[in-house]
Design a protein around this ligand. Structure first.
Ligand SMILES: *Cc1c(COP(=O)(O)O)cnc(C)c1O
Length: 454
């Protein structure tokens, strides 16, 4: 009997705990450092930015953390999310491989980001916070946070990277529908933004700059805090609901993955899918190859250095040990805006250093070519970010065609591309180009990374 196309879980089967991979790693990840003293950061160093409960999760080594009931109630608006067997894509590729994808585009914001936005807002609400500030690139995170703030009655102020603010007006409308207030970044609202605009009134902005602006606003007022949509341990923790559900779904059809591929911007959808499978791998229950896929124009893991760097451009955040291209690095304007971040999650960086996962980079035209094959067979139009994961899955499926191996490939389709159609229009018109990274650009940004005495 062949596998069904859509493998669903009942609402009652929704996992009720997040999984913290730190508990099972052979070595703990290096701690964040205070930006001034370079000593290991304490909870107090984060207190102006995040609520206590999230700081505890950030530093926790507990294996499982219960999902609060109010958060589960909101999750139920779209969770459990479906796992699909890509029968039609397999047929198109004429591959003996079996391809599965976990689809996160069913959330209200159309991506995996509400999985962490909802708990982040809830914990802030518990501690009496009135407003959250944040940054957004393509607008996925900003719209997810605005949605979550609307659920729990918080205000939401968002700095959107100027290039995206101009190129993606509909994301801004979504943020405003959910009550968010949106500024282009650099903005004339913060001192740092004003300084950058004075140098260049058409500054395209970057995620690092937008983070600096959102953080600057939050630290000035004790009733305002900041929220980050990727990179941090607590964000990856919340996203593990993806992998926990996928494990249950694959068990229903009696499958275990031979290879798991995921796109990595800051590492949260990847970590969310991969960490529960890594737990099973470390426990000897399965043995999948686990592979990160990043854009050739922002190859953080494959070409960045593993060292302490700031999360933002102005140097306001604690220093994190991660693969980085340099906090002042401004990536080429590739279509996958969510993958244009200079750093990689410290947890993903750490497990990459431990050789528990692999990484490759793929240029965007190959990704969009794969996305068209996917859309024309499976129907769903992927967001530009997961086209990287799809291209990697297709490479793997074609290798199976060559070798005749029936491998099981698992990936996350972490968002749909309904608000990214301009990127598809560019590709369909034959006007998309591959933007590689020059050695000079790489070296320049790395020169500003602080030197830490160990
Ligand atoms: C934000 C975003 C990403 C990149 O962030 P990760 O933390 O690496 O997951 C990828 N895909 C989509 C759809 C996004 O919205």
């Amino acid at each position: 009997m062949s596998t069904p196309t859509k493998i669903n879980l009942d609402e009652s089967e929704i996992p009720t705990r997040w999984y913290n991979v730190v508990a099972d790693l052979p070595e703990p990840p290096p701690p964040p450092l205070h930006p001034g003293t370079h000593q290991p950061a304490t909870g107090d160093d984060f207190a102006a930015l995040f609520p206590k409960a999230l700081i505890e999760q950030e530093m926790s080594a507990e294996r499982y953390i219960d999902i609060p009931g109010d958060v589960l109630d909101v999750y139920r608006l779209w969770r459990p999310s479906p796992l699909f067997r890509a029968h039609r894509l397999e047929k198109l590729l004429d591959t003996p491989a079996r391809i599965y994808y976990k689809y996160e585009g069913v959330s209200p914001a159309g991506s995996h980001k509400p999985n962490t936005a909802v708990p982040q807002v809830w914990y802030n609400a518990q501690e009496g916070i009135r407003k959250l500030t944040t940054e957004t690139g393509a607008g996925q995170w900003g719209s997810s946070l605005a949605f979550a703030c609307a659920q729990f009655g918080l205000e939401c102020e968002i700095w959107q990277v100027a290039a995206s603010y101009r190129a993606k007006p509909y994301r801004r409308t979504m943020m405003e529908i959910w009550g968010g207030q949106v500024h282009p970044s650099p903005s004339d609202v913060t001192d740092y933004g004003k300084q950058l605009l004075a140098q260049d009134p058409d500054h395209p902005g970057s995620l690092g700059i937008a983070i600096s602006e959102a953080v600057a606003e939050a630290v000035e007022d004790p009733t305002i805090r900041y929220a980050l949509g990727s990179v941090l341990n607590h964000v990856l923790l919340h996203q593990t609901i993806i992998g926990e559900e996928a494990l249950l779904q694959l068990a229903k059809v009696d499958e275990t993955p031979d290879i798991l591929v995921g796109c990595t911007g800051g590492g949260s959808n990847f970590g969310g899918l991969a960490f529960p499978f890594l737990r099973e791998k470390l426990a000897g229950n399965m043995n999948p190859t686990i592979r990160c896929v990043e854009p050739a124009a922002c190859p953080t893991l494959t070409q960045g250095e593993y060292r302490y760097d700031f999360g933002d451009t102005a140097g306001l955040t604690p220093l994190m040990k991660m693969h980085t291209l340099g906090a002042s690095f401004i990536p080429e304007p590739i279509h996958a805006g969510g993958l244009r971040y200079h750093g990689m999650a410290p947890l993903v960086s750490h497990i990459y250093e431990l050789d528990l996962v692999e990484a490759i980079s793929i240029p965007q035209t190959e990704c969009f070519k794969g996305a068209l094959q996917f859309a024309r067979s499976e129907g769903i139009v992927p967001a530009p970010e997961p086209t990287h994961a799809i291209a990697a899955a297709i490479r793997e499926a074609l290798a199976c065609k060559q070798s005749g191996e029936e491998r099981v490939i698992l990936t996350a389709l972490c968002g749909h591309g309904h608000l990214d159609l301009a990127s598809y229009a560019t590709f369909l018109a034959g006007e998309m180009q591959d933007l590689e990274l020059s050695e000079t650009t790489l070296r320049e940004a790395m020169q500003n990374v602080p030197i830490i005495e160990s």
